[in-house]
Design a protein around this ligand. Structure first.
Ligand code: SF4
Length: 302
């Protein structure tokens, strides 16, 4: 919650959760992914540039007498990169003026928004500190992306990644286990591993699909069009994903939606992760459900 901007909660990329948060938009300009609840009950809006700048100055004053001053920042919320380059540049410049030790500014980004920028735009934003974009890739399987109304193809996602690599902007990739449902579980995982093996993210963030009560996916679950995988199958998907990943990066599977929190460098420590997962896979679905209920208390109601 940031008073005057977000009343309840705000979404922030996991790899950047300890950064200083800068409110830029409320919600996501796209808002059509059927599993997502970010725009639930609210309309996408862009905060006034002067209010954003005022907020940055207020935070700088707050840190004046503190021993610690932040040097990493995150622009909130769903996809700030959809905004005009000059608007973003103004925010980045304001951060730099007020926090001269700024290392980088990160944000969530849709591949589509990356593709809408020119290479010159991206280079300009990078020169002002924009780096470590958190890309919501979710799946490397086109059918899965289409089913969930992701609005981009794997080819487009890869093109966006190549653009970032060309201009030197670092990125992480968000991947969602369970997104293929029961029917497309294997294809979802194998194609996602194949996709990731063509990329060079500083981190892969692995989360589990959660069916939020207000998300459109609920209707597909009710009609039987989407059958969610079991907890045991989630572990099996993660094993399959890891077995097929070949890239060198940080594997971050510590998100609270995960059954077993895991993080390490891959491929160096991949076998350690697989060992832990295979151990967890020995539990029955009933046992896993019992443990998860303690954590969430809602699984059987979804
Ligand atoms: S792009 Fe991201 S934030 Fe926007 S609707 Fe899709 S999942 Fe939600």
């Amino acid at each position: 919650m940031i008073k005057g901007f977000y009343d309840k909660y705000m979404y922030t990329p996991m790899p950047e959760m300890h950064n200083e948060m800068i409110p830029v938009t409320d919600g996501c300009s796209y808002g059509k992914c059927i599993y997502c609840d970010l725009n639930m009950g609210k309309k996408f809006r862009v905060f006034d540039l002067e209010d954003i700048k005022k907020y940055i100055r207020k935070r700088a004053r707050f840190y004046e007498d503190k021993r610690f001053t932040p040097n990493k920042f995150t622009l909130l919320e769903g996809n700030p990169l959809c905004l005009k380059t000059e608007f973003l540049a103004e925010i980045l410049k304001e951060i730099k003026v007020n926090f001269p030790n700024m290392k980088y500014v990160s944000c969530f980004a849709r591949s589509e928004d990356v593709l809408r920028k020119t290479k010159e735009d991206l280079k300009y934003l990078k020169s002002l500190g924009l780096d470590r974009l958190c890309l919501g890739i979710e799946s490397g399987d086109d059918e899965v992306l289409k089913f969930h109304h992701k609005g981009v193809t794997t080819e487009e996602q890869l093109k966006a990644i190549r653009m970032l690599e060309e201009v030197g902007i670092d990125y992480s990739c968000y991947i969602m286990l369970g997104l293929g449902g029961k029917e497309r579980s294997r294809e979802h995982i194998l194609n996602t591993a194949k996709f990731l093996n063509k990329t060079n993210p500083f981190e892969i963030v692995v989360v589990n699909l959660v069916i939020f009560s207000g998300a459109n996916l609920v209707d597909y679950v009710k009609s039987g069009e989407f059958k969610r995988i079991s907890l045991k199958e989630q572990i099996e998907e993660e094993i399959l994903l890891l077995e097929n990943l070949k890239i060198h990066t940080i594997y971050n599977g510590t998100h609270k939606t995960k059954i077993l929190p895991l993080t390490t460098m891959i491929p160096d420590r991949k076998d350690d992760l697989l060992k832990l997962l295979r151990e967890e896979d020995k539990k029955t679905n009933r046992e896993l459900l019992k443990e998860e209920k303690k954590k969430w208390g809602v699984w059987d109601k979804e």
